[in-house]
Design a protein around this ligand. Sequence first.
Ligand SMILES: Cc1ncc(COP(=O)(O)O)c(C=O)c1O
Length: 493
Amino acid sequence: MTKETFADRLKCAMERTGRKQVDLIRMAGERGVKLGKSQMSQYVSGKTIPRPDMLRFLAEALETDEEWLGGNESVGTGQEESRTQGGKSMREFQKSTKLDNVLYDVRGPVVDEASRMEEAGMQILKLNIGNPAPFGFRTPDEVIYDMRQQLTECEGYSSANGLFSARKAIMQYAQLKGIPNVSIEDIYTGNGVSELINLSMSALLNDGDEILIPSPDYPLWTACATLAGGKAVHYICDEQAEWYPDIEDMKKKITDRTKAIVIINPNNPTGALYPQEILQQIVDIAREHQLILFSDEIYDRLVMDGKEHVSIASLAPDLFCVTFSGLSKSHMIAGFRIGWMVLSGNKQIARDYIEGIKMLSNMRLCSNVPAQSIVQTALGGHQSVKDYLVPGGRIYDQREFIYKALTDIPGISAVKPKAAFYLFPKIDVKKFHITDDEKFALDLLRDKKILLIHGGGFNWKQPDHFRVVYLPRVEVLKEAAKSMADFFSYYHQ
Ligand SMILES: Cc1ncc(COP(=O)(O)O)c(C=O)c1O
């Protein structure tokens, strides 16, 4: 017999009262109780259980008995609690409250359900994560060959910010992109860009400091800013305007606690590529309000339609900028874990922050050294990824296919992506009566065995989008699109 969990009782009470997550969040707001969307969804998905004061609020809001709702499970108190088992007192451990508002649904509850289904023997088509290798994208032979050759020289730690050869190659790459005032000391390699996003946020943000992050975003940015104690303030990217940042919204959201603006260009999840005029306007805002610019450019070598990527740091020699990139996507080596960040422009104003970056960089000793050893090889010479991005190339052809196939479905529209390998289609929520996008993703998963991430997973506030990773081959995408067309022919919430 399976044990009833807090999440089960919560969902039961929600169903009984007809109250949805949004209603509870709104009621909490009205009563001055701090309850975020991600926190609420963690309760519902069973990832976490509430503390006593939150339990009390939920019980009241759901007109139910607090003791019943809390059940026999240990209720978090911030202190580890004891309970007895077989007469023996057992100490239990709760995760840190620092994680209460952290959301990372790219590997979240819908993905957990997919794993459960796989364990039960079902085959799931995974369109949820930008991991090229499982879809047959192979690392260039030269990269593998060079790593093999150097492996025995990579047994020790490197210097904390990385091997000289890797940093030199990254520095030259930054020069080619016109990023000003970059010396070899301004380059930090990381175990993927992920590690450096975390590191750069931890080194910068004090409790309550604000940072502007796009909505939709790559959710690691919001998660790391939040975990660092900062407040992620989301500016809207405008679907009507090719998903470019809404400059007016960005301006409106700046306060005297704002420290920085994050842009993701090219963008995950929308596939947008920002033109120079938009970047210039963002630079102007950062200049006026004296803000740091963080630019996540991990897809800068995956641009289509003859367009060119411009690094925002190249337009801002007088500002302090941090530019992120890596080889996970352009060289199909997400598993090797290699990324970097480049500090540029006005470093004087960030001397103390840079000390913090150095401290955290030293504390993790160094990033994966074998992966650093092939940065020079990877960044030099022919960029084989380019062959995928032109007509006849896999990424280009897969984009053409999925864009047409999905936008042909009545009730689905999309902006055609210009870069990366994501599409962020819009659902006509009125047509399908969709009010909960996570439920939509779960229903699609259960009905059609297709795993994708709902818009909410990217800090998109309306339940009207989802992200498709179009890395699978066209034949596979064809099957997926057919199943989705069928799903949308009957689906209603
Ligand atoms: C926008 C963006 N930034 C950073 C990352 C993390 O990449 P890495 O493999 O370098 O950690 C991803 C991965 O999907 C991404 O989409």
